[in-house]
Design a protein around this ligand. Structure first.
Ligand code: GLA
Length: 689
């Protein structure tokens, strides 16, 4: 079986290496542009992202366009073998636009309209803003449609935020009328509005949630967040339409980002030809790089899974340090190479940065870049980037390969919104993101590929589906789980799962709701939250090979009764001592597990290690991976590329089992035991047997 995706652009069938380039900031000293090009070539840069925030430099007055500087840059690119990822500039707008059309500025939740300034400060509904972006996007597309340097559209920049203006309120009401088929009773029922006398008696009464108004109707909060995603996509589509009309063959993407899951990015996927992510992991945090690496890996596995395995783009990363983290620590020697190749290991066909050259002023002047204020190429950072650029140039064979996962981890953004909105458990102990990462980490440690998906994806081809804290069941998901397990799949969920439906209405008749209760064979009667510092423990029964006698548990406990499930571990103390902590239920040809308490990482590690063995899940490498070492496999079905990476700060070694691998970078045969210096990456290749 060969499974190789085409390169992102046939014009540049190499790993794309480059980043955001803002030459318009240097127009007064434009001799620097030639120096930029010279140094880009020295750094092995084959792509630059232009135009992200260039609107005012492209249209300084309404209807007056100044493309000259960009023409020069694009031509310089073409003459020097550099390709352009061209952004549409909607992320920040010229002041003239706000002055003339004040309605384009966002209105906040407290109903105050923002002044002009910063960026991502525009209304997604405003017809004027849509028209102005349509015009500039069309002009850009017309101008560069035949330019040899153009390879990709970068639509806007990190779409985010929301607007509560009157136009958005109208659009929200229209969205709701469509969603509830013009049936206000259906909306009232879905939102449980008889509570506190909140029943709506006319559509005109509906308004977005507000810090000075409605925050108590969780169905409203959820539908508002859905609307914000919907409206952002609608705006993005209008941007894409403008460039597609002129350049139907140039692929489009938008750079997704962040840790808060503010938009439901899965819904963006159909509009994008390639997924792009901006990654800023907090390397060298006190928790250690291995912890951070697993978090980054989980996001990359989401990006790869979004298009069924198609390689994605690491659109932004920093070659040195950010300027906005709590503590902006320099990347230690070796980390730049390691963190960049980590993205490639998980399926990125690019390594791109924010940004090429540090600006001299404004709020990002101290944000890391390939070139710092010295402008020199003999800096540590530049040399790291150039060395990596040279290596990436030798990785053409990796392009288009992918990782095939037999495990899916459900990380559901709507579910995370519902968990954020609810009033239950405790303020500090919800930790949906931390929980899914903790489950993911167990697979990462074992080098088991995982697809990170949400409830709307097809799960039928996986062997194992893990869905921690699945508080909200989206329509049809529990039925999918039922079919999946009945057909032989293994499903795992935890405490605080199956409590509410897609409207945040609780299930009645006993948790977990939908088909989950039957599939899991348990009833979750109550859930306890305990204070920080308090703990319990889980006592493992003899029938769980590979698990030790007991594990620490804290924070959240589902008090459950088995119905058809078998108890595999029990809680050790408190008034619920002896109650099930872990159950398994044979259902059809498969098994469904329920983890009733929030357990220390070692529980996840041992429990999943056990399952990985029992289910014979494919691993990137069948070897013990020392702490901090991760292994990832990309393949086209015929040739494997094994990335072995040491995120630990001590040397490590990995027994490859045989010596059939060749080191892709050196071309030498790999030893049967691979020695990994701290932050080392080895890319090994072999033909599949
Ligand atoms: C984001 C933006 C960039 C830049 C970087 C700084 O990712 O897209 O324009 O501001 O952050 O880290």
């Amino acid at each position: 079986m060969t499974n190789r995706y085409p390169p992102i652009s046939a014009k540049c069938p190499h790993i794309l290496h480059g980043g955001d380039y803002n030459p318009e900031q240097w127009q007064n000293t434009s001799e620097i542009w030639d120096e930029d090009i010279r140094l880009m070539k020295e750094a092995g840069v084959n792509t630059a992202t232009v135009g992200v925030f260039s609107w005012v430099s492209l249209e300084p007055e309404e209807g007056k366009f100044t493309f000259g500087w960009l023409d020069t840059i694009m031509d310089k690119f073409a003459e020097n073998g550099i390709y352009a990822v061209m952004a549409t500039p909607s992320g920040a707008r010229p002041a003239w636009l706000t002055r003339k059309y004040p309605e384009v500025s966002r209105v906040r939740g407290d109903r105050i309209r923002n002044h002009h300034g910063v960026r991502e400060n525009h209304c997604f509904t405003s017809p004027v803003y849509r028209e102005k972006t349509r015009i500039i996007n069309t002009k850009l597309a017309q101008r560069y449609k035949d330019h040899p340097a153009l390879i990709l559209w970068h639509i806007s920049n990190e779409y985010c935020g929301e607007c509560h203006c009157d136009m958005c309120q109208d659009a929200f009401r229209a969205f709701l009328r469509r969603k509830y088929n013009d049936d206000l009773d259906a909306l009232n029922q879905a939102w449980w509005t008889a509570f506190w006398s909140h029943t709506y008696t006319d559509w005109s009464q509906l308004e977005s949630p507000s810090s000075i108004g409605e925050t108590s109707i969780h169905g409203l909060t959820l539908d508002w967040r859905r609307f914000v995603t919907h409206q952002t996509i609608d705006f993005m589509r209008s941007e894409i339409d403008a460039v597609r009309k002129v350049t139907p063959d140039i692929p489009v993407t938008t750079n997704m980002h962040g840790s808060g899951f503010h938009l439901d990015y899965h819904r963006f996927v159909p509009c994008m030809d390639v997924i792009a992510w901006d990654a800023y992991p907090r390397w060298h945090s006190p928790c250690g790089d291995a912890e951070i690496a697993a978090e980054a890996a989980m996001i990359y596995d989401m990006c790869r899974a979004m298009k069924g395995g198609r390689p994605f783009m690491l659109m932004e990363s920093v070659p040195s340090l950010t300027n906005w983290q709590h503590v902006n620590k320099l990347k230690r020697p070796g980390m730049h190479r390691l963190s960049s190749l980590q993205a490639v290991a998980h399926g990125s066909d690019t390594v791109q940065y924010f940004q090429w050259r540090m600006g001299r002023g404004s709020c990002e002047k101290f944000h890391g870049a390939v070139l710092d204020h010295s402008g020199r190429s003999d800096t540590r950072v530049f040399k790291d980037v150039a060395a990596l650029g040279n290596e990436l140039a030798t990785l053409d064979a990796v392009i288009g390969t992918t990782s095939k996962a037999q495990t899916a981890l459900i990380v559901d953004i709507e579910n995370s919104w519902a968990i954020d909105a609810m009033a239950a458990l405790g303020r500090e102990n919800r930790k949906y993101r931390e929980t899914v990462i903790s489950h993911y980490r167990a697979f990462w440690k074992m080098g088991v590929p995982v697809d990170v998906i949400d409830q709307t994806y097809d799960i039928s081809s996986y062997k194992l589906v893990v869905a921690p804290m699945l508080y909200m069941l989206r329509p049809g998901f529990s039925e999918k789980v039922d079919r999946f397990v009945a057909a032989g799949g293994t499903f795992i969920t935890t405490y605080w799962s199956g409590l509410v439906d897609e409207n945040d209405l609780t299930f009645v008749g006993g948790f977990p709701g939908g088909r989950l209760r039957k599939v899991l064979g348990i009833w979750n009667e109550e859930t306890d939250a305990i204070h920080p510092g308090e703990s319990n423990s889980v006592t493992i029964s003899a029938s769980m090979p590979g698990m030790k006698g007991s594990y620490k548990a804290a924070e959240l406990f589902a008090l459950i009764h088995t119905e058809t499930a078998k108890v595999r571990a029990t809680l050790a103390s408190d008034f619920y001592a002896g109650r099930p902590a872990l159950t398994s239920n044979t259902y059809g040809k498969g098994t469904a597990w329920y983890i009733a308490s929030r357990n220390e990482q070692a529980f996840q590690d041992d429990f999943y290690a056990n399952l990985i063995t029992t289910l014979e899940l494919d691993r990137a490498l069948d070897a013990d991976l020392p702490a901090g070492v991760s292994a990832n496999l990309r393949t086209d079905g015929k040739r494997d590329f094994l990335f072995v990476m040491n995120f630990g700060n001590a040397p490590a070694s990995v027994n490859l089992g045989d010596n059939s691998y060749t080191d892709l970078l050196t071309g030498t045969s790999a030893m049967a035991v691979l020695s990994l210096a701290p932050y080392a990456v080895h890319i090994l290749t072999r033909v599949r047997k």
